[in-house]
Ligand binder design. Structure first.
Ligand code: NDP
Length: 405
């Protein structure tokens, strides 16, 4: 019985809206607002076609989420309990400001990143803790898959399998194929900024920096494939090493195909991934923004996507019985199945479903306390139960070390 506002109508916004429509006893009214209102209208049209029985009432609107007064006015008029932010990380702070101004809870899937510095970290959003607490409001940060489900999997390890987690390896494999020479699975600008940055992992109380894609190993992804995987810095590492202080080393691994890396190297080599604006016919443009305009939109990849994703978390340390333990928790998602269900590829699906689940748990009061939180700070059990119910089955593998030292 809740009203929510979803901001952003890209690949992830599409999935969140459709999962809310499926879960119509919780999400009774939804305002889907984004920069380009026609994208919102298209999603709602698809909901009417594919989910004709849904009782969720949808409205759409154009909004500039960089503009706090505009946002606040729209929130006031619609009166939601919660805003789900699936626009871009650049909008996190303005949307949090608008939520504070209007007395509304907040959820997002990616931490704040300034537009002009290729850097993301939680400090900016953690600085809102006092203000959310005083206002009696909750902000849930990073509630997609990674971050999001991976934080929940870590909390699950800590609750059910370990006295102390010492070594944490988060692994993300996309073994899918979209048939394009080069494309990114979510917003190209955000994706390329993440991958071309230096790698980083946590070891013995400090961050160890690596060159981009410097460290790799072949990892077996259960039910999917063995794939070469690379260490890169990923945002959930920052909160996990704070919330699980027994962790001695935490790394994040992602698979990239040779074709992808070859294209990325060339694009980087000729300056196309730069965020520094250049003069072009009297106009300032950042090459990476231009590149985004040239590349296929992530949502356009969905129709022809085949193969699966496998994302999971391996923990190693001292088990509940005091003995050495290694355990893996993961999900496998099939691109073609997600397309059949919500007309989206697996990456958007695996991000959008946890966002809907986080919102549901907040609205039901299961995960609700004033302040600004990361996902691992709550009980993982209801979240994992909801993943199994809402399309992201969770599996476990005991006693086998998939990621080596
Ligand atoms: P898209 O680029 O496909 O969609 C972003 C949407 O936000 C677009 O509809 C865009 O509008 C809209 N938008 C951008 N700027 C504004 C603005 N100023 N005001 C209003 N709307 C705006 O991205 P994705 O859907 O792939 O990703 C959405 C979010 O999910 C990102 O923050 C991304 O980092 C995060 N993500 C998180 C993952 C996780 O596992 N935690 C994994 C993948 C993504 P327009 O259509 O006009 O461009």
């Amino acid at each position: 019985m809740s009203k929510v506002m979803i901001i952003g109508a890209g690949g992830v916004g599409n999935v969140v809206a459709k999962k809310c429509a499926q879960n119509d006893s919780v999400f009774t009214e939804v305002l889907l607002a984004s920069r380009t209102v026609s994208k919102c209208d298209k999603i709602v049209q698809e909901i009417r076609e594919h989910l004709p029985g849904s009782r969720t009432v949808f409205t759409t609107a154009a909004v500039d989420a960089d503009n706090v007064p505009e946002l606040a006015a729209m929130i006031r008029e619609f009166g939601p309990e919660l805003v789900i932010n699936v626009a871009l990380p650049y909008q996190d702070l303005t949307i949090m400001d608008a939520c504070l101004e209007t007395g509304v809870h907040y959820l997002d899937t990616a931490n704040y990143e300034p537009r002009d510095v290729a850097k993301f970290e939680y400090s900016w959003q953690w600085a809102y803790r006092g203000r959310f607490e005083q206002a009696g409001l909750m902000a849930l940060l990073g509630c997609g898959f990674d971050p999001g489900a991976t934080n929940v999997f870590t909390a699950h390890h800590a609750k059910h399998h370990f006295q102390a987690i010492e070594y944490l390896d988060i692994v993300d494999c996309n073994n899918g194929s979209h048939g394009k020479a080069f494309a990114t699975n979510f917003n190209p600008e955000i994706n390329i900024r993440e991958i071309t940055a230096n790698g980083r992992y946590w070891e013995n109380g400090a961050w160890v920096e690596t060159a981009p894609l410097e460290i790799s190993q072949d990892i077996y992804y259960p039910k999917v494939a063995t794939r070469k995987s690379f260490v890169l810095y990923h945002e959930e590492l920052e909160s996990l090493v704070v919330n699980f202080p027994t962790i001695k080393r935490a790394r994040f691994w992602m698979t990239f195909g040779e074709q992808y890396i070859k294209h990325l190297n060339v694009l980087e080599g000729i300056g196309m991934t730069s965020i520094e604006p250049i003069d072009f016919r009297g106009q300032k443009i950042a090459p990476i923004e231009f590149l985004k305009a040239v590349l296929p939109a992530p949502e356009s990849l969905a129709a022809n996507y085949t193969g699966q994703t496998c994302i999971g978390v391996q923990a190693r340390g001292t088990g509940k019985d005091g003995q050495p333990n290694v355990h893996f928790v993961y999900n496998v998602t099939d691109h073609a199945e997600t397309f059949r269900e919500v007309q989206a590829q697996g990456i958007s699906y695996t991000t959008g479903v946890p966002a809907m689940i986080g919102a549901m748990l907040m609205l039901q009061g299961t995960w609700m306390k004033p302040g600004v939180y990361n996902v691992e700070e709550f009980d993982p059990d209801p979240f994992i139960a909801a993943m199994n119910e809402w399309g992201l089955p969770v599996d476990e593998l005991a006693g086998i070390e998939l990621v080596k030292d």
